[in-house]
Design a protein around this ligand. Structure first.
Ligand code: DC
Length: 221
């Protein structure tokens, strides 16, 4: 019987790093659902079309998700590996916009559920515990203050050699929080049965330890 751990929370809470490490520790597959929305967003940017114009093209989109032997998820768009390109700052904004389109969410829902049927997964996103996997064995809502999240995002971008301003990132994070929380379909919110983990004062190691404690406390994983 496959197990599932759902991790939701706002941008920059450390979800992807922590979810990946948690998956490794548990021997589960890590599914980064944000990367899939980002790939749809990149497609609209490359085609130079507004977000909503992707809807009639969804069925024909050539988007593939691959997992290497280390459990790292790679995204392909029209055969090209776009795993790095989708991390660009501009793609984040566009991803939030395409993610607000009900047709895009419906299209990606099946894919996400299939992954959890076929494998034990740690899946991260915004609506995993509430919509995608409402019966997940463990649900964690990971958050941190906007300022802490902005500082982490800045560091991440700098490490990738991209330049950005702290104030701009903080503003973007606030805008994205609003957009992700206020959209009418599958808004970002904590599932009733999710455990809240605020990582503002925790480093990665402490956060991972807290997550493992939650997982082991909730089930015999
Ligand atoms: O986690 P991320 O920053 O890579 O996500 C990119 C965008 O996609 C984010 O603005 C919210 C959206 N998203 C979503 O709506 N639902 C998900 N399950 C995952 C991401």
């Amino acid at each position: 019987m496959n197990k599932s751990v759902a991790i939701d929370g706002p941008a920059g809470a450390g979800k992807s790093t922590l979810a990946r490490q948690l998956a490794q520790r548990l021997g589960f597959m890590y599914v980064d659902t944000g990367a899939i929305y980002r790939t749809v967003a990149l497609y609209t940017m490359r085609r130079d079309i507004p977000p909503e114009e992707v809807v009639p093209e969804l069925a024909g989109l050539d988007i593939q998700v691959e997992y290497d032997g280390q459990g790292v998820q790679r995204m392909r768009l029209n055969g090209e590996d776009v795993s790095e390109a989708i991390r660009a700052h501009q793609v984040s904004r566009r991803a939030s916009q395409v993610a607000a389109l009900p047709e895009v969410r419906a299209f990606l829902l099946d894919f996400q559920r299939r992954q959890a049927l076929e494998h034990s997964v740690v899946m991260d996103g915004r609506d995993i515990g509430t919509v995608v996997l409402p019966h997940a064995d463990v649900k964690i809502f990971l958050t941190a203050s906007p300022e802490v999240r902005a500082r982490r995002r800045l560091l991440e971008l700098e490490q990738r050699g991209q330049s950005a301003r702290y104030e701009q990132i903080l503003q973007d994070i606030r805008d994205r929080d609003r957009q992700d929380q206020c959209r009418s379909i599958a808004p970002l919110r904590q599932a009733e049965d999710a455990v809240l983990l605020d990582t503002s004062g925790l480093d990665l190691e402490q956060s991972l330890a807290a997550m493992l404690e939650i997982v082991h406390g909730r089930q015999d994983t």
